[in-house]
Design a protein around this ligand. Structure first.
Ligand code: GUN
Length: 292
């Protein structure tokens, strides 16, 4: 059994992004500029945006965080987005989700210029992805593909079971793994799937992205399977400084011995998502997806 080390892969990829940025700057180009909009004071969102800012600094990007109060109106936020869409000094931007209840996330996502949508959430980018056209890939599925590639894990002809049908993880993951080059036979499971245990137990590759702590147990995993755990449920803990710890969607201790490869939580998929965002921002700065 091999434990997939997301921190190691993320560090290697960050270092190659940093090298490329250093070359761009040495050639007289501007460093890529990523903007994050954060509305309100959700603790987890503040932590994520802080990590994104830190990563930008590490790879040599310019980074701006726009912090708006929780009472910000939808119209005000849409105005901010319109300004970023036309700001030539901004290569890409994200609006951290979730947003306060009075703001429509869908309206916000659709207001972002697809050329600057480095989260890859705009329907133009998801549509292009599904059609196999160049697009910004959503960070978590893209990070998982990078892990599979780095470890040389065979996917062609394998049965991959994705658990969870969210727009940002499960559905894009299922679609990407079915595409040419990855060539998986994919089953997408969700809360209404019949015989879920049996379906998961038939998988060569399991991607658990349903958001239920320790849902996947040893009896659901075939001997020798590859298990990718996307879950990050925070639970209170008196053993950590922060007062909480993270649990994945997989019951790691009992599942790991059955696997050929498994991602731990934390330190598996998590560190990869920010690297994917950095990759998308670099592509935006270079005009790779939408050439002028
Ligand atoms: N909230 C949780 N994950 C994400 C993400 O990848 N992007 C944004 N914008 N918000 C998130």
């Amino acid at each position: 059994m091999t434990i997939i080390d997301g921190k190691e892969v993320a560090a290697a990829m960050k270092s190659s992004i940093a090298d490329e940025v250093a070359r761009m700057v040495a050639d007289g180009d501007k460093a890529p500029h990523l903007v994050a909009i954060l509305v309100g004071d959700d603790g987890a969102s503040q932590t994520y945006v802080g990590h994104k800012e830190k990563c930008c600094n590490e790879v040599g990007f310019r980074s701006t965080v726009v912090r708006l109060p929780g009472e910000t109106s939808e119209a005000e936020l849409l105005d901010r987005i319109a300004a970023l869409n036309t700001d030539p000094d901004v290569d890409g931007f994200i609006v951290q989700l979730p947003l306060p209840g009075h703001i429509s996330e869908q309206k916000v996502i659709e207001a972002i210029d697809p050329r600057k949508d480095v989260d890859g959430f705009h329907p133009v980018n998801t549509g292009r992805m599904i059609s196999g056209l160049p697009s910004y890939l959503p960070a978590t599925p893209d990070g998982i593909l990078s892990l599979l590639r780095y470890y040389g894990i065979e996917t062609a002809g394998k049965h991959c079971v994705v658990i969870g049908r969210s727009n940002i993880v499960g559905r894009p993951m299922a679609n990407l793994l079915s595409q040419k080059g990855w060539d998986c036979t994919v089953t997408l499971c969700h809360s209404r799937t019949a015989n879920l245990k049996e379906v998961v137990a038939s998988a060569d590759i399991v991607v658990a992205a349903l958001g239920k702590a320790e849902f996947v147990t040893a009896d659901m995993v075939k001997e020798g399977a590859v298990v990718i755990d996307v879950g990050i449920t925070r639970i209170p803990s008196d053993k950590t400084k922060s007062g909480w710890k993270l649990l994945g969607d997989v019951k790691y201790d009992e599942v790991a011995p059955r696997c050929s490869y498994i991602t731990p939580v934390p330190g598996g998929v998590g560190p990869m998502t920010i690297v994917s965002l950095m990759r998308n921002t670099l592509k935006a700065a270079k005009g790779e997806i939408y050439p002028e």
